[in-house]
Design a protein around this ligand. Structure first.
Ligand code: SF4
Length: 213
């Protein structure tokens, strides 16, 4: 075998080993965060939950979706977006050529608020470090903020009606803004808007990938 071929094989082997190491490290941290969430007693929501819902998905996702809080079904199963909103979210993800297994999905707070009420500001502040660490591990190309709670908690912004469909960059991280799937289930207007927003999201992602390649 020629020397150039041997060097190429060695280079590919080393690259493969580095990717496998990175994958192991990211998986380990994500599993540790998930275990911490399931044991967490930092805020009063722990006393109402059946299961903590840390989130789930691919360790190297391009897209990282953030909703508000687990609902009743999510609380029972310990998984995010598994009710009617989840069915719509899965459908929207498929509409841009991806599957749930290729993205990361979670919520601002990881435990179900009683009566499906909004999470309180103290609960959000106590829970946010889990979310921020998940983002820093996955390092997605785009974080997708689903709804007002995600928009306010992560970017301290309001006015979903004006901001939906736009991409904002904060501290080097791009954020795409759209409504929560549950809002789209309640309103034909928002159902139309969220579908249009996902088309824009796909274009933003393609643009970024074209620039990189
Ligand atoms: S909502 Fe977050 S901070 Fe509160 S108990 Fe659950 S994991 Fe802990």
């Amino acid at each position: 075998m020629k020397k150039a071929n041997l060097e190429k094989d060695a280079g590919e082997f080393l690259l493969g080993a580095m990717v496998a190491k990175l994958q192991d490290e990211k998986r380990t941290v994500l599993e540790r965060i998930a275990a911490d969430v399931r044991e967490c007693k930092k805020c009063p929501l722990c006393s109402h939950r059946e299961e903590g819902v840390p989130g789930e998905g691919f360790w190297d996702s391009k897209l990282f979706f953030i909703g508000e809080a687990p609902g009743v079904e999510e609380d029972k199963q310990g998984r995010p977006f598994v009710g009617r909103s989840g069915t719509l979210l899965s459908d929207l993800i498929r509409s841009i050529g991806l599957s749930r297994g290729q993205v990361f999905i979670t919520n601002v707070v990881k435990c179900h608020p009683p009566g499906n009420r909004l999470p309180e500001i103290d609960e959000v502040n106590l829970c946010l470090p889990y979310l921020m660490e998940q983002i820093s591990v996955v390092k997605p190309k785009i974080v997708v903020l689903l709804g007002n709670v995600a928009l306010f908690s992560v970017l301290n912004r309001t006015h979903m009606t004006e901001l939906h469909g736009s991409l904002l960059t904060e501290k080097g991280q791009p954020y795409f803004i759209t409504c929560h799937p549950s809002a789209a289930l309640r309103s034909e207007t928002w159902k139309r808007r969220i579908r249009e927003d996902f088309k824009k999201l796909s274009l933003f992602l393609q643009e970024m990938e074209t620039k990189i390649s």
